[in-house]
Design a protein around this ligand. Structure first.
Ligand code: ATP
Length: 393
């Protein structure tokens, strides 16, 4: 349909970027980006008449988005050229052709387009050798200043390396080193760095990307307390196998939090807060990670005891997130600690009591702090296996 609309408006239209890359890699990707050589806004309005979704139009940028009934979206941009007035600045934009639109992009594998107009339907536009790089599993920039103009591309390169298990083209690596040498990362705001780091951490396989970041001292240049040892990399790699092993128990947790806890596990307590700014997108996540890290040594001290009381175990863990519990399990190689963590997860973490303050009222107990004491006492008895039913409670 996009091709038909392009024909009707007498404009060339292409699907570009990640969609094309993933099409050739046989990876499902429904992020559809269309580039129109002409007027992206008019195109978006026309295409939407066919697809009957909702349009969001950004006239000043010549871009639009269609939200379809099935929840998928299509982004439409007017082919544009971007140029940078100074390194790491936001780019200036002007209308242009597909060539310039592809040339403003990051890596050759993201710079391919497929034309959709009827006469050239399916024609691959590959000015920069993206297809060959895909075949050779290579991440390559288009020109030497690419990382200097936009240092976020350093993180993007690492993300794609991790995701597809590709390698970095040698020359591209030297351009990256040059940009790092010129301290280009310091030009990025913390928020941009955070966004990119979290994207990287969301990728399933991380070992190569972490090793490369370590090699190039990327993390330590952002914050000198961030050093990734091989042990940390191994632990992060092992997450997947623990997730598979315990898939029912830990299935709906936020695995990025576990990764961040492992990444920061060797950092001194005083430095943790400063580092959390780099990884935490909101307060809830921040406190889960912080508590998990800060409580670690206390938890480990307690969980090596041979005959640990169940209620004591419960008390030491129940305020912590499930992400923290999995983190401890991966982090510690002590058999007692692991045993107790698993025992807690399987038998204690969801324990609660059936009686409430209402029941205490019915028993004519005067409301006050004693309610909490009683309810805690009943919970303790339940955890210790002294009471079972509502009546026992
Ligand atoms: P993902 O599958 O992670 O979404 P993607 O390639 O679709 O990967 P997006 O961030 O959605 O990534 O970007 C869409 C396209 O925009 C990319 O394929 C790339 O061509 C271009 N792009 C994105 N960020 C940059 C950048 N910093 N510099 C140059 N081009 C970029």
């Amino acid at each position: 349909k996009a091709g038909d609309v392009g024909d009707r408006l007498n404009e060339k239209v292409y699907v570009v970027g990640g969609f094309v890359r993933d099409l050739f890699l046989n990876v499902e990707n429904w992020d559809i980006d269309l580039v129109v050589e002409g007027d992206g806004i008019a195109f978006a309005i026309e295409l939407n008449k066919e697809l009957k979704g909702n349009t969001k139009l950004y006239k000043e940028f010549g871009t639009g988005m269609l939200e379809l009934e099935n929840g998928k979206t299509i982004d439409i941009v007017t082919a544009r050229r971007e140029y940078y007035e100074y390194p790491a600045a936001l780019p200036k934009v002007e209308k242009s052709t597909i060539w310039s639109d592809l040339f403003r992009r990051d890596f050759t594998i993201n710079c391919m387009a497929i034309q959709l107009n009827k006469d050239n339907q399916g024609k691959l536009i590959d000015y920069f050798g993206g297809f060959t790089d895909l075949k050779n599993k290579r991440i390559r920039v288009l020109y030497n200043l690419s990382f200097i103009e936009d240092p976020t591309r350093i993180f993007r390169a690492i993300r794609f390396l991790a995701r597809y298990n590709f390698s970095l083209d040698e020359e591209t690596k030297s351009f990256m080193e040059q940009a790092l040498g010129e301290n280009m990362l310091s030009k990025l705001s913390n928020d941009r760095i955070k966004e990119e780091l979290v994207y990287i951490l969301k990728e399933k396989s991380l070992s190569e990307s972490l090793r490369l970041m370590q090699d190039l001292r990327i993390l330590s240049s952002i914050n000198n307390n961030l050093n990734i040892s091989n042990e940390i990399i191994d632990k992060i790699n092992s997450i997947k196998s623990y997730q598979d092993q315990f898939k029912d128990i830990f299935k709906d947790i936020n695995i990025v939090l576990v990764k961040v806890m492992i990444l920061l596990s060797e950092v001194e307590a005083e430095a943790i807060n400063g580092l959390l700014d780099l990884f935490c997108v909101n307060k809830e996540i921040r406190s889960k990670i912080y508590n998990g890290l800060i409580s670690k040594s206390k938890v480990y001290e307690l969980l090596v005891e041979e005959d640990l009381d169940k209620y004591c175990l419960y008390q030491s863990l129940h305020t912590l997130s499930r992400e923290a519990i999995l983190f401890y399990y991966i982090d510690s190689d002590n058999a007692y600690i692991r045993h107790y963590l698993m025992f807690y997860t399987l038998n204690l973490q969801n324990k609660n009591i059936s009686i409430t303050g209402e029941d205490l009222k019915q028993l004519n107990i005067k409301p006050g702090p004693i309610y909490k004491d009683i309810l805690d006492y009943v919970l303790e008895a339940k955890i210790k296996g002294l009471v079972y039913s509502y009546e026992d409670e």
